[in-house]
Design a binder for this molecule. Structure first.
Ligand code: GLN
Length: 549
């Protein structure tokens, strides 16, 4: 029988429920338990695939092609496991299932209602991952904040489950904020009291209160929270701001969050958690020996969450290279031929980000050209790869009007074109080329050196692709297709063998980078950036170079 931990949030959003859930999962996993995490989102979209990144941050894609909440990325990065469609459920999906059943006549003439039909479907999904004896513990993060109208059916389903399951099979962890009032020089517990009260009114009583706070919680304050919120004093957990999210599992271990959960769940205590690889990673992260500056060229740069997985992949790759990766956001809309050299002058590497639509693409193309001509390490992801193809077509193949048909339907040279199977698709939700596909790397290529093997699998999320009608011309002029889908022949990787490091990939490698398995392209990209930085310094400071010799 699997055990269930539920994580709810109070007072405000953005408290880091996903990180707390992932950290708790990490600790339980490090104690030898089989753990997975799922996220229930209260919005009515069926999935976040149709949401603008400004609304909801990055859309994370799983192996099985589900477009999901970015918290699933945290779960995979922390736990080094794969999640699936079943790990992310939205109100939209719940209603869609119930309404489809109603249309089939499955409710036998009954009136279909929030209770019991919607809550039954929520409960079914909450328990689903625990059915096949694959996991000992399922952690369910409930999106939204207690008190929201949208989250009510989820809280109600949780209330029912707490009654239906044995007492020792569920734990409710409530994450809340303890604000510090500068003027009063005091931490305030009232918002937490209110949010626990509201949760209790909805019938759910938390077992553990995790308090996000800028300042340490005194024993008195912990007692006060325990008293007013009706939990044991040891179940009031301090979650202070941490310098990186990767410190949080260790902070939660110090607070014994895992032990308190295990006690309530009646799980046998094993040895101390084995976190030695995690700690090794943290040490490298905290004490880097060098620094590189990477330009992230994108159009959603105002919102950090839009490129979450890319930023985290840099953290993993930086740590293994013992190098601090400073990411500089460069807005592609403001790059012109006149300012590109100045804007990119201080970089040691350039990453052109994924994206959709025509805004900012010309700036991206100008940035690629600069990287290609100046031997600056270049890494293009999805749209970034497509931009490198267009740039090469325009500047090297002299196809001045080359473009992607995503941006210019009438281009005479559609070097990036819609995939054949995409041409008849009109609906937007869940219809891209999604999920994991095999790619065969070319012997002797940079891609083969990076991956160290011929067959790889990577995750996709796009509609357009390299137009193979142009492939011979590209290869003759020096841009090589070093990775292809073995069945369809679709070009998945392009590179320039004459450049020290120039690679574009049609897929999203950032989605598979974890603390324990940093993604090899990111790792090699940072290595190339380090070499570039060393050379730059040597040229700037020849004296140092001769001293070193
Ligand atoms: N808009 C491009 C396409 O659909 C690239 C997508 C992406 O960068 N994820 O092919």
């Amino acid at each position: 029988m699997a055990k269930y931990i539920f994580v709810t949030g109070g007072v405000t959003s953005s408290l880091g429920k996903g990180i707390i859930a992932a950290s708790l999962a990490k600790l339980l996993q490090a104690r030898g338990l089989r753990v997975t995490i799922q996220k229930f989102d209260p919005y009515i979209n069926v999935d976040p695939g149709t949401l603008n990144p400004y609304e909801h941050g990055e859309c994370y894609v799983t192996e099985d092609g589900a477009e999901t909440d970015l918290d699933l990325g945290h779960y995979e990065r922390f736990l080094n496991i794969f999640t699936t469609q079943a790990n992310n459920v939205t109100t939209g999906r719940i209603y869609q299932t119930v309404i489809n059943k109603e249309r089939e006549g499955a409710f036998l003439g009954k009136t279909v209602q929030v209770i019991p039909h919607i809550t039954d479907e929520i409960k079914r999904r909450m328990l689903l991952l625990g059915k096949n004896n694959e996991y000992d513990v399922i952690i369910t993060e409930l999106g939204g904040t207690v008190g929201d109208i949208e989250s009510l059916p989820f809280i109600e389903a949780l209330r029912q489950l707490q009654w239906e399951l044995p007492e020792e099979d569920t734990v409710v962890v409530h994450l809340t904020l303890i604000p510090y009032l500068k003027a009063a020089k005091e931490l305030k517990t009232k918002p937490t009291q209110h949010s626990v009260k509201m949760l209790s009114q909805e019938g759910v009583h938390p077992d553990i209160i995790v308090c996000r706070t800028e300042r340490p919680l005194s024993p008195d304050l912990r007692r006060k929270i325990a008293l007013f919120c009706n939990v044991k004093a040891e179940a009031v957990i301090e979650a202070a701001d941490a310098p990186t999210i990767y410190e949080v599992p260790l902070a939660m271990m110090r607070e014994k969050l895992d032990l308190i959960c295990m006690k309530k769940l009646n799980l046998k205590l094993t040895n101390e958690p084995d976190l030695h690889r995690w700690k090794e990673f943290l040490d490298k992260l905290k004490y880097p020996k060098s620094q590189v500056t990477i330009g992230l060229i994108g159009k959603y740069i105002e919102l950090q969450d839009a490129y979450k997985s890319i930023l985290e992949a840099f953290v993993h790759a930086g740590a293994i290279n013992e190098s601090k990766v400073q990411v500089v956001n460069v807005h592609s809309e403001f790059i012109t031929e006149d300012n590109v050299a100045e804007k990119l002058a201080n970089l040691d590497g350039l990453l052109v980000a994924p994206g959709f639509g025509h805004r900012g693409v010309e700036g991206k193309i100008i940035a690629v050209k600069y990287a290609r001509e100046n031997n600056l390490p270049f890494f293009g992801i999805c749209l970034g790869m497509q931009m490198s193809v267009i740039e090469f077509a325009r500047d090297v193949l002299n196809l001045k009007k080359a473009h992607s048909t995503e941006m210019d339907l009438n281009t005479p040279d559609p070097v990036i074109d819609l995939m054949e199977e995409q041409k008849k698709i009109t609906a937007k939700g869940g219809t891209m080329r999604l999920g994991s596909y095999t790619c065969q790397t070319l012997e002797g290529s940079l891609a083969r050196r990076i991956y160290g093997k011929e067959m790889i699998t990577e995750r996709h999320r796009h509609r357009w692709e390299f137009n193979n009608q142009y492939l011979t011309r590209f290869e003759e002029a020096g841009m090589v297709a070093s990775g292809k889908n073995p069945e369809s022949g679709l070009v998945e990787i392009v590179e320039l063998p004459t450049h020290p490091f120039f690679i574009g990939v049609q897929y999203h490698p950032e989605l598979k980078s974890t603390v324990e398995n940093p993604h090899p392209i990111f790792v090699h990209f940072i290595k190339a950036a380090k070499e570039y930085a060393d050379q730059k310094n040597a040229v700037k400071n020849p004296l140092l170079q001769s001293e070193m010799i």
